[in-house]
Design a protein around this ligand. Structure first.
Ligand code: IMP
Length: 441
């Protein structure tokens, strides 16, 4: 049995913790898109690990694969692996020879493009890690793949073609001075060195072939999305999106497995019990800054990668319906239920009003989405409490009002609840049904 973990909102739903939890029964954990724009927090044996590239299951000692759909900042990857080693772990990370790499000029161009959009208020609020420009080069057939770092002649040819064009783009379009980030010899030396290191540590694999073979042999494969559905480049609120496909279809194209390996498995939508967003774009249920900062005080709402304050809103069910359809969720994990404890009021956006009509899903243009007015349903609140007692006693020990909330979301999406998160730790998730098979209550 395979399972795919997908964020159902705008990121920061707690996917890393869910992958970590369910990876117990997985043989391999595979990231299929994104790069070091992601930030996953995993708590293992009381210690917190913040991961940007290494797949979350690696903390548990599972093999982690970075698929062809990822864009890899190799310096970050090596730093992360070294940090894990320094903390006593032995991370086993493999990278697809087909994955593209992020080059230093991608970061420069990412920031330059964002700066050029600021005057018109068009900035996306990217993480500044060069993700968009790396995917642009992939689609533009001038990117560089991991496998090309292993061959002197190929790497030099690819750099000599791409870099002068990037230099002109930086100077002539964005009006910025170019430095070492655009120096072919320097890039060749650094990235050929990264290639040697990947090769000597036996990290480069034909990931699609390896995973297909494991799948045929009956292994449990866990596919991990790095971002949420609503920042998917196709199904999200374009242009306020990342440049890849976190939605479940991305697990197929981003790893090279046969579509049934994903489609016949479990597809787990991770839902945060409220909504948060880093970066720009509409957010119909967004709270006022005063109300949001009060919530941030309680729940620590700052981006894992950028440290930016998260925008906060009420749970938005039309967004979840869209995510459930696009991804084909077979079940959900509802996280951060503890964070809502002690709220004075609790609202959920059930539908939108747009131009006199009621909408149950989200409109396909972002401008229309920005004009939607939420229609709320109010829920009974529950008090904050010592959640560790509930953790020990299971789902039925949740406050009645919290169970009503959880079951409402499940009924609206027409799928079961695999688990409910009541804290950041692995054992602070109440598992109702394990995606790899065993039911726990
Ligand atoms: P990029 O992926 O750095 O190009 O950023 C594009 C948009 O996606 C921005 O709004 C980012 O804030 C958002 N984004 C990218 N990665 C994450 C993430 O892991 N969590 C939440 N938002 C993200």
């Amino acid at each position: 049995m395979n399972a795919t973990v997908v964020g159902s909102q705008l990121g920061d739903e707690g996917k890393g913790g869910v992958v970590d939890l369910f990876s117990e029964d997985a043989d391999v954990v595979v990231r299929y898109q994104g790069g070091n724009n992601a930030g996953h927090t995993v708590v293992h044996r009381g210690e917190e690990y913040k991961l940007r590239l290494v797949p979350s299951g690696v903390i548990r000692g599972k093999t982690g694969v970075l698929g062809n759909g990822c864009v890899l900042d190799l310096e970050t990857l090596f730093d992360e692996i070294e940090t894990l080693r320094a903390r006593g772990l032995d991370p086993d990370v493999r990278v697809s020879a087909r994955a593209h790499i992020v080059l230093p000029y991608h970061r420069v161009l990412d920031r330059a493009e964002e700066a050029s959009k600021t005057d018109g208020g068009l900035e996306v609020g990217t993480t500044g890690n060069g993700i968009g420009p790396a995917y642009e080069d992939k689609a533009g057939r001038r990117g560089i793949r991991v496998g090309e770092l292993l061959d002197d002649a190929v790497l030099r040819d690819r750099l000599e073609y791409a870099v002068p064009k990037k230099r002109r783009l930086a100077r002539d379009v964005f009006g910025i001075d170019t430095g070492v980030e655009f120096d072919v010899d320097r890039l060749f030396e650094t990235f050929r060195g990264f290639g040697d290191r990947l090769e000597s540590e036996e990290m480069v694999v034909d990931a699609g072939a390896v995973l297909a073979e494991m799948d045929r042999d009956g292994a449990n494969v866990l596919f991990e999305s790095a971002q949420g559905t609503h920042i998917d480049v196709d199904h999200g609120n374009y242009p306020f999106v990342t440049s890849s496909n976190p939605t479940a279809g991305g697990a197929i194209t981003g790893t090279g497995v046969d579509p049934s390996a994903v489609a016949d498995g479990r597809i787990i939508g991770v839902v945060k019990a409220y909504l948060s967003r880093v970066g720009s774009g509409p957010m119909p249920t967004e709270l006022s800054e005063d109300a949001a900062s009060a919530v941030r005080e309680r729940v620590g709402g700052f981006g894992t990668v950028t440290g930016r304050p998260r925008r906060i809103g009420w749970l938005d069910v039309p967004m979840l319906r869209h995510a459930a359809r696009v991804n084909g969720f077979t079940g959900i994990v509802l996280n951060h239920v503890d964070a809502l404890g002690g709220f004075e009021e609790l609202k959920v956006c059930e539908t939108y009003e747009l131009d006199g009509e009621t909408l149950t899903g989200i409109p396909s243009t972002t401008a229309e989405w920005g004009r939607c007015t939420p229609e709320y349903r109010t829920f009974e609140t529950w008090a904050d409490r010592d959640w560790s007692e509930i953790r020990n006693d299971g789902y039925d020990a949740l406050p009645d009002a919290a169970r009503t909330y959880v079951e409402y979301v499940s009924a609206e999406l027409g799928v079961p609840v695999y688990a409910v998160g009541i804290g950041p730790g692995r054992d602070e998730t109440i598992v109702r049904q394990h995606p790899f098979g065993s039911a726990e209550d």
